[in-house]
Design a protein around this ligand. Structure first.
Ligand code: N01
Length: 555
């Protein structure tokens, strides 16, 4: 564990506080970036609009919210063996309160809170070319200056509130899953409607159905869901992970999604249909992403291979859901895995309950929301509560809503009007000294996010050190570097089936959003690219000499 350090000194000039770095966001990315930059000796201030640390895990308190990836003990920070030894996870798929408790523990253990200002939204961010610094303004109108702006704003943090006619008129309770209230929400005795059947919807639906008088699920696109098979975490697994932490960490770093999966090297066509079925059945029973990652290597690149697994999962839906008409409505028809793969705990089984109705919006679309419910083409659904599980303006939405202004006052909304250009997913031409964690063009949502945040923060720290050691005041990528990075990300994506599906990965869920698959699919290759660029003196970047003299770095 890093020893505790005094907060490096910030300075105040006039009414403006000066820091070396301002970090926006106190979630998984921002917390680690604070720790890392502060350990390097920088003065750092973190701002977050929430009333607590945790980012996405602070906001997403809807019933059933839990890690729907490989989970514990791998969805966590890896940099500190002490954290790994000290924190006990109870379940394989920790629930939202457990992940939040973990992040709160990290914040306390690393004494991060003294440099975090909560309930403070950053409303504006402008680059001052003469000073080579960013000025940010809080919701309270306070201005802060920093040489570096680190945007750890989250990839799934700008809620998508659907523009359905009449939505504002609904007189009952209405909650978006990504802005769930801090106070308990009761479904008892209520008629509840859930709009949306992505990861949040499939997690919430079984929980709400258990308590509500009646639940109506409004589904636009059926999705494939795999049983998560959440269970108590075997203490033996924890013991082994703790004993072999260095090796496990190396394994996570080498894995293409930063997870402890054995990635299959075998092609689907190398097995007979019977062998494939046996393998799929085995992995279905095991639960989680194993079905996708540990079965065949070509499921996300070969349409025919993908079809074999898709057909298997469709068969499972028919097996589980007793009413054949309902089962048919639940039948997905895109390439499995090309929307964010869902994991559930009893989702399809929920449609066997007497108090649950599925409305297929493809055949019976919503006409309007009224004060008393939802009116579809065929009739009215009276509701006391509406749950919007309608997702997010993913990856780029939050930063675009902040809309920082870079060189010559160019706004990010102008810059990203047609394409989300970045270099390495980390920096943007015309926005010097602005770093992103999990930005467009990084592996972000298709990588173990705490681990990705650590590795990206490490690169940011190295870059800052490089500048400071050479008396450089600003760094930004060249437009050419952005173009070639865009090609690299796009070429990688085009080797897969991802771009063929409308999803939030491609921006298709937000009307008017440019279609672009902006996740780098290279995994370890991405981090190797980061290291290579740094080793070549930050190839693809341009620098300015330090111009300022008045603000002395605490470095
Ligand atoms: O959002 P989504 P989410 N009328 O965009 C529907 C992460 N996550 O919050 O597919 C009717 O996936 C929309 O329909 P369609 C995870 O990465 C992680 O569920 O666009 N329906 C879809 O069904 C995940 O992928 C955890 O046709 C409308 C749904 O709403 C990401 O967050 C847990 C509509 C939105 O699904 C987002 O998941 C939960 C409209 N106007 C989430 N607009 C973990 O545990 C949208 N929909 C880690």
């Amino acid at each position: 564990m890093t020893t505790m350090q005094p907060t490096p000194k910030a300075t105040t000039q006039g009414s403006i506080e000066h820091y070396d770095a301002v970090i926006i966001g106190a979630g998984v990315g921002g917390l680690y970036a604070l720790h890392h930059l502060r350990t390097m000796g920088l003065s750092v201030r973190v701002y977050d609009g929430a009333a607590g640390v945790g980012g996405t895990w602070w906001w997403n308190r809807y019933p059933g919210a839990r890690v729907d990836g490989p989970g514990s003990p791998f969805y966590c920070y890896t940099f500190s063996e002490d954290l790994m030894q000290e924190w006990d996870w109870a379940e394989t798929q920790p629930d939202q309160p457990s992940v939040l408790a973990y992040l709160e523990y990290v914040a306390d253990r690393l004494d991060l809170r003294r440099d975090i200002q909560l309930e403070t939204w950053i409303r504006d961010a402008c680059y001052d070319e003469a000073a080579q610094r960013w000025t940010v303004e809080t919701s309270a109108g306070v201005r802060i200056s920093a040489q570096f702006l680190v945007c750890a704003v989250g990839t799934l943090s700008a809620p998508n509130s659907p523009d359905i006619p009449g939505i504002q008129t609904f007189a009952g309770e209405c909650y978006h899953t990504g802005r769930w209230p801090q106070t308990p929400v009761s479904f008892a005795g209520k008629r509840v409607g859930v709009i949306g059947t992505g990861s949040s919807g499939v997690q919430a639906v079984p929980e709400i159905a258990r308590e509500a008088a009646h639940l109506t699920v409004f589904q636009r696109t059926p999705q494939y869901s795999i049983p998560a098979r959440n269970r108590p975490l075997d203490p033996e697994v924890t013991r082994q992970v703790r004993e072999n932490w260095a090796a496990i960490r190396a394994q996570l770093n080498a894995n293409s999604v930063g997870m402890p999966f054995e990635m299959s090297q075998r092609l689907a066509c190398e097995d007979t249909p019977e062998q494939r079925l046996a393998l799929y059945e085995d992995l279905w029973q095991k639960g989680g992403f194993h079905l996708l990652f540990s079965s065949y290597a070509d499921l996300l690149t070969n349409k025919e291979a993908n079809r074999t697994l898709a057909e298997f999962v469709r068969g499972k839906i028919r097996e589980v859901v007793r009413d054949p008409k309902t089962a048919e409505k639940l039948m997905p028809d895109y390439y499995l895995g090309t929307k964010r793969q869902l994991l559930d705990n009893g989702y399809y089984e929920t449609f066997n309950r007497n108090n649950v109705t599925l409305v297929d919006l493809r055949e019976d679309p919503i006409q309007e929301i009224t004060p008393t419910g939802v009116r579809t083409t065929t009739g009215n659904h009276s509701l006391d509560m509406l749950v919007l599980a309608t997702g997010f303006d993913a990856i780029t939405g939050t930063l675009l809503r902040l809309n920082p202004k870079g060189r010559d006052g160019v706004s990010l909304q102008e810059k990203w009007r047609a394409r989300f250009d970045t270099y390495l997913g980390m920096m943007i031409a015309d926005f010097p000294n602005l770093f992103m964690i999990h930005g467009p063009g990084s592996p972000s949502v298709l990588y173990n996010m705490p681990l990705g945040a650590e590795r990206e923060s490490g690169w940011i720290g190295d870059c800052v050190r490089y500048l400071r050691e050479r008396g450089l005041g600003a760094i930004e990528p060249t437009p050419d570097a952005e173009k070639s990075w865009d090609r690299e990300v796009t070429d990688l994506a085009n080797t897969t089936l991802y771009p063929l599906t409308d999803s939030w990965y491609t921006g298709a869920n937000i009307p008017g959003k440019p279609r672009q698959f902006c996740v780098h699919l290279g995994g370890p290759l991405y981090f190797q690219r980061l290291s290579e660029v740094a080793a070549k003196g930050y190839e693809g970047f341009v620098f300015e000499q330090e111009r300022r003299t008045e603000v002395v770095a605490a470095f």
